[in-house]
Ligand binder design. Structure first.
Ligand SMILES: [Zn+2]
Length: 360
């Protein structure tokens, strides 16, 4: 049945698949709010704050957004983007860019990372930032776009800073903040150091996730599931080097937030899409989801991520639908809401020429 369905899908044209993907009300679970900022917003903020970042025109800024290496990406992120947010009101730009991105990709529900540390260092107040983000969530809801936030603490700033951000989050108590995530360069410090932070977050009822196995080997992923108790893994692609880990991740059904284009920038475990372990993970029965990480910085939309996997012949349409379904059921929403979101996708597929390839 599955084989027949795949062949049926393969005979359909690429434009048809693209319009199907675009039409489906999707979810995304690995997305950094600073990573969806637009050139227009950054240009406006440079003007607003009269910043001298050595960029003379919007065209020059647009060029800087066309990053072609990880170093260029890091330079753009730290020296330009993060340097532009100097008041809580500046977050309004991020909310508006989120609206544009989510609408363009027909993403109805997203769990978005928000990294407060650098902004606090820029002089912003945590509670006032959250107030602005809460207001943003409310404004987006009016457009049928639902978002929740995950506070992203970076390994680069250390354990003490992570604990401080957790304490600020707990004291604030916003219902839009549903979790804590460990991010930043894996090389900067092992996940296990953050065990007390994760334990406290979980005890307080927050969900916990961690970037792992993006830039460091499988031991980093073992630590995040065994020691931190992470409920989802950001990337996790170095698991390809450890069959036992792959089997364990499949057995525990730990969702992997895979961001193919981002991984090709890192160039650590895949240099081409064909080399990417996502297919091997899927075949191993692992819980694979597809995400963008930092869409405007990598110049990729969520719809493109799905399309590229299809066009490269890595996944068939029914398999992509299964991955989209995983993306719904890997969210931290209540079961009832997950079922509603999946039913909305299923209904859209049913009404399309692809009705016969809907996963069970
Ligand atoms: Zn990420």
């Amino acid at each position: 049945m599955k084989k027949r369905a795949s062949r049926a899908a393969a005979t359909r044209d690429t434009a048809g698949v693209r319009s199907l993907i675009a039409s489906l009300p999707k979810t995304e679970i690995h997305l950094h709010i600073e990573g969806l900022v637009s050139v227009d917003s950054i240009w406006s903020l440079i003007g607003k704050h009269k910043l001298d970042l050595g960029i003379k025109s919007k065209d020059e800024l647009r060029q800087r957004f066309h990053v072609t290496s990880l170093n260029e990406f890091i330079d753009l992120f730290i020296n330009i983007i993060q340097a532009c947010f100097l008041t809580e009101d500046d977050l309004t730009y991020l909310v508006e860019d989120a609206r544009t991105y989510l609408t363009r990709n027909n993403i109805r529900y997203a769990e978005i990372f928000f990294a407060p540390t650098k902004l606090i260092k820029n002089g912003l107040d945590f509670d006032r930032m959250v107030e602005r983000l809460d207001q943003g969530a409310e404004e987006l809801r009016a457009d049928g776009l639902e978002v929740r936030y995950i506070v992203d603490v970076s390994r680069g700033f250390g354990v003490e800073n992570a604990m401080r951000n957790l304490d600020l989050t707990l004291a604030n108590g916003s219902s839009n903040i549903i979790g804590l995530g460990l991010g930043g360069a894996e090389q900067a410090g092992p996940a296990r150091d953050y065990q007390p932070v994760f334990e406290k977050a979980m005890a307080a009822g927050l969900k916990v996730v961690a970037h792992a196995g993006e830039d460091v080997g499988p031991e980093s992923i073992w630590d995040t599931i065994e020691i931190l108790g992470a409920q989802r893994i950001g990337h996790g692609i170095s698991a390809i080097e450890d069959q036992k880990l792959m089997t364990e991740l499949a057995r525990r059904a730990v969702p992997l937030e895979i961001c193919p284009t981002s991984n090709l920038f890192t160039r650590k475990y895949a240099r081409t899409l064909e080399e990417h372990p996502i297919r091997a993970f899927y075949d191993h029965g692992m819980y694979v989801t597809v995400n963008t990480d930092d869409p405007t910085l990598f110049g990729v939309d969520l719809d493109d991520e799905y399309m590229r996997l299809y066009e490269a012949g890595i996944f068939s349409v029914p398999e992509l639908l299964q991955i989209m379904k995983n993306g719904v059921f890997a969210t931290f929403l209540p079961e009832q809401r997950k079922a509603e979101l999946w039913n909305a996708i299923a209904a859209a597929v049913s009404g399309s020429p692809f009705a016969d390839v809907l996963p069970a």
